[in-house]
Design a protein around this ligand. Sequence first.
Ligand code: ADP
Ligand code: MG
Length: 326
Amino acid sequence: MEVILEVKNLKTYFYSSAGIGKAVDDVSFNIKKGQVLGIVGESGSGKSVTSLSILRLTPKDVSKIEGGQVLFKGEDLLKASETRMRAIRGGDIGMIFQEPMTSLNPVYTVGSQITEALMLHKGITAFEARERAIDMMNLVKIPDAERRLDEFPHQLSGGMRQRVMIAMALCCEPEILICDEPTTALDVTIQAQILELIKEMMVKFNSSVVMITHNMGVIAEMADEVIVMYAGKVAEQSLVDDLFQNPLHPYTEALLRSMPKLHSNEKLKAIRGMMPQGEMPEGCLFNPRCNYAKDICRREKPVTCDVAGRIVACWKYHKNWEASLE
Ligand code: ADP
Ligand code: MG
């Protein structure tokens, strides 16, 4: 499959009086044409900062992209001009944010926000853009599209606002759609409808999707391939079936165990301990919470291992594991 976006050794750090926070620390992955890549991890693991870094939207006053490459069809977006980035954002790469009100402007009608994007990226007239916006609103199943176009964001329900966001993100037919927790704020029925809609749109526009979530259920439903993030690093990268059948990283295993089973009264098991913030442990960042940790895990950073084409950053998969001390 053709690789459309390559993220290589990406590092995004936050700076404060408390010190440096390595929100994204040496993260690499590929997005292939027509694929859904899931990014999963607990809150604070660096999922949003990773996606914002791709579009160079991390807050400039407190953070900096310190290294790496983001190659979109070979072009390094980290070196592109601001003008070029404005064409990329919403044009070649669309983004749906977790909280629609952060990207919908409350003082403009939803229609004017969609038509503005179309006029900017497609260079079409206001009249054509309005026609196109109505088509898009119909496509994402917003009833009574023509009237809704003249409403303001606050007049719509959460589910409808999320549909407007999808219409906006897709109106320019982006090659990549980044969805950051697109359904977290919605109730389960609406959630399922929105995920279904994203799938339909993806097929229609032949786009690739990055689906960011802390929910393993959403991953199971949507992803072809999965990146598991922990404390700013990739713990594991696997195809979705492999991940569920045989999680490699102890953190993935813990995430799957904590996932509520459908139609059961089983209690959700929290992963013991907390993800480190600020002060990082020596060795593997997961070692204080890991059931398998040995001396080496507490001392040295794990090397990344290739296990039958899957990638895992854990000492358990290193050839010296059996021989290493308890
Ligand atoms: P996720 O999306 O996985 O929940 P984020 O990518 O939002 O996590 O955040 C990763 C880390 O980056 C957080 O743990 C936090 O320490 C840091 N971070 C994110 N945004 C900011 C910010 N605006 N200021 C300071 N630190 C931040
Ligand atoms: Mg987030």
